[in-house]
Design a protein around this ligand. Structure first.
Ligand SMILES: C[S@@+](CC[C@H](N)C(=O)[O-])C[C@H]1O[C@@H](n2cnc3c(N)ncnc32)[C@H](O)[C@@H]1O
Length: 339
């Protein structure tokens, strides 16, 4: 990295202190960092601005959530995340497992999207891909995806998460045109952005939402036909209770107590059932394992604790009329559950 660039970035983040050096090192030495961001690629918004939030009420509810017509956002979950909204970029703090997860989830997402029919620039593998990072939090995953060249829209219902994400993005000027953040829920953008995104990523989010089926349906509407939905989450097993809640929260304190509610976890079988009954084809299911001693994640066959799933929106949406029933996405707009 040139010394002038380093000094400019340091000047842009004067309050980071010792953390600056570590952060800068991570940005520029990260495997995810690609030459494309040096070229300061400007993206032109295709078709429509994904964040035209028609009629979005700007009032704030007591926990700093945008007050929306959302049916998937649980105010109790928002209260939990509010307490940690400034902690996203503390790599040794409550979100350290998510930072470590980037080592496997970023290449996973990149490889899925590169296997699709997009035109890839050399050194900029996700150029031209429109990607929605739903439940983006402080932008831990949005940033490396933007550095890979994707045009990222990060949304989160919690305003303070988005403020943290915006602030951190501002430390790296190359991300200015690659990522845009907005505090809102899926319900707020779905009507205005039907079939806009090539990919929707919901990493460690669905275990916090209220109505999982509606969440999946909203993702469906936002995806282009043939687009990819990529989810990482936690299985609902005795083992995930023992390790994810008893060990991780109560014994080792890896994440604060109360972070997860086991009742809201979902098995891959149930998630596959919801996906397939809502017009997706499941292409990949993989188990993930966190080693708290090394602080690292690895892929495993077993899906009984954490897992990742990749589903593709079916292209042929008209088939259902031939077999005599109407699927949710084919109903008239007024009849849709979130209308
Ligand atoms: C565990 S964090 C994951 C953050 C980010 N995806 C990552 O992996 O770095 C869960 C995030 O989901 C957000 N969230 C919770 N319920 C949501 C909902 N119904 N719709 C969208 N985001 C939601 C929370 O505000 C929080 O930022």
């Amino acid at each position: 990295m040139s010394s002038s660039l380093l000094s400019r970035l340091c000047a842009a983040s004067p309050s980071r202190g010792a953390g600056s050096v570590r952060w800068l090192h991570r940005v520029y030495c990260s495997a995810a960092y690609q030459p494309c961001v040096q070229k300061k690629l400007l993206f032109t918004r295709r078709r429509s601005d994904p964040l035209r939030l028609s009629g979005l009420c700007k009032q704030l509810c007591p926990v700093g959530m945008m007050h929306t017509t959302s049916h998937t956002v649980d105010p109790l979950e928002m209260k939990k995340f509010q307490a940690w909204s400034s902690k996203w970029w503390d790599e040794e703090g409550v979100y350290s497992p998510l930072h470590a997860m980037n080592e496997i989830r970023v290449p996973f997402i990149r490889d899925i999207l590169m296997s699709k029919d997009y035109s890839h620039d050399v050194g900029c593998p996700l150029a031209g891909v429109t990607l929605l990072d739903v439940g983006c939090g402080g932008g831990i995953l949005s940033e490396p995806l933007g550095r890979l060249g994707a045009t990222v829209t990060g949304i989160d219902p919690l305003e303070d998460n988005i403020k943290t994400a915006e602030l951190h993005k501002s430390y790296d000027p190359t991300l200015e045109h690659m990522i845009q953040y907005r505090s809102c829920s899926l319900e707020d953008i779905v009507d205005e952005n039907k079939q806009y995104f090539d990919a929707v990523v919901a990493s460690e989010v669905i275990e916090h939402v209220v109505d999982k089926e509606l969440f999946i349906q909203n993702c469906f509407h936002l995806l282009k036909p043939g687009g990819s939905l990529i989810i990482t989450t936690i299985n609902k097993t005795k083992l995930s209770y023992a390790l994810g809640i008893v060990v991780a929260e109560k014994i080792m304190g890896l994440v604060p107590e109360g972070t997860h509610d086991w009742e809201k976890f979902i098995s891959p079988e149930e998630l596959e059932r919801i996906l397939e009954s809502n017009g997706y084809v499941v292409e990949t299911l993989r188990g993930m394992l966190y080693n708290p001693l090394s602080g690292s994640w690895s892929w495993i066959e077993d899906t009984s604790i954490n897992y990742a799933i990749h589903a593709v929106k079916t292209v042929a949406q008209k088939q259902s009329t031939d077999i005599g029933f109407e699927r949710e996405w084919e109903k008239p707009k007024a009849a849709q559950a979130f209308a």
